[in-house]
Design a protein. Structure first.
Length: 240
């Protein structure tokens, strides 16, 4: 086990400035599952640390140059963060490290596996609004037979929405695990890997719900199994 004294250490990426609320909430979610969160930013990438898992958090839009596309909108980019998280995802993929991508984290995971993004969603929405909200006011249609379906425990789940871009072409070895009412991809996963999940919503803002806490619990269980292969992954059934 790489973590000191048996503690599971999960890297949590973020920007150099801002992003305090998501960081604190993800840290809480990991602590509830018995894991220690380690903050990783462009100025403090902590390459000396051995980690057992990784969370790529939300934030600014991703520079379209990373998926060989011309800019269609004028969002705010963070080139230093793109570079940090691209390298972190590549390392996690190489090591089969358990990874949870949140919002832009799911998008960047998809890009690193050869996928692409829709740069704007307003023109693609007919049944869902464009309002950003941390409240669970949108509907997720969970794909049957996926790991996400097993974790959430029901085919329709209410989620929040803080994004204006989303996955277009799905990356290699990934499958769609959920869509919204407009058919926009809301979750991806890799069935051939121990734990590789990307969600377009922000489960850290929904920790009062058991189904959302299970996403972090599953990451921790997979990280524990990765660090000690003799430890099984027990997070397979919905919490009652």
């Amino acid at each position: 086990m790489s973590a000191l004294r048996g503690t599971i250490r999960i890297g949590v990426t973020g920007p150099d400035r801002g992003g305090l609320a998501p960081w604190l909430l993800v840290r809480l979610a990991l602590a509830l599952g018995g894991a220690r969160a380690v903050r990783l930013t462009p100025r403090h990438p902590r390459p000396e640390l051995a980690l057992d898992g990784l969370v790529i958090t939300g934030g600014h839009d991703i520079d379209p140059v990373l998926y060989a596309a011309a800019p269609q909108v004028r969002p705010r980019y963070d080139a230093a963060r793109d570079a940090l998280e691209a390298a972190a995802i590549d390392a996690a993929l190489r090591l089969d490290l358990p990874l949870l991508g949140i919002c832009r984290g799911a998008q960047l995971l998809n890009i690193r596996l050869g996928g692409s993004l829709f740069q704007e969603l307003r023109s693609r929405r007919r049944h869902t609004g464009n309002r950003w909200t941390i409240l669970p006011l949108k509907t997720l249609l969970v794909s049957a037979g996926t790991r996400l379906a097993g974790l959430l425990g029901q085919p329709r789940v209410r989620i929040n929405s803080l994004h204006n871009q989303a996955i277009d072409r799905v990356g290699t070895d990934l499958v769609v695990a959920g869509r919204d009412l407009d058919g926009i991809v809301q979750a991806i996963e890799a069935p051939t890997r121990p734990f590789l999940l990307g969600v377009q919503w922000h489960p850290e803002f929904l920790l009062y719900r058991a189904d959302q806490r299970r996403l972090f619990a599953a990451l921790i269980a997979a990280a524990r199994a990765h660090s000690d292969p003799e430890q099984p992954d027990h997070v397979t059934q919905p919490e009652r």
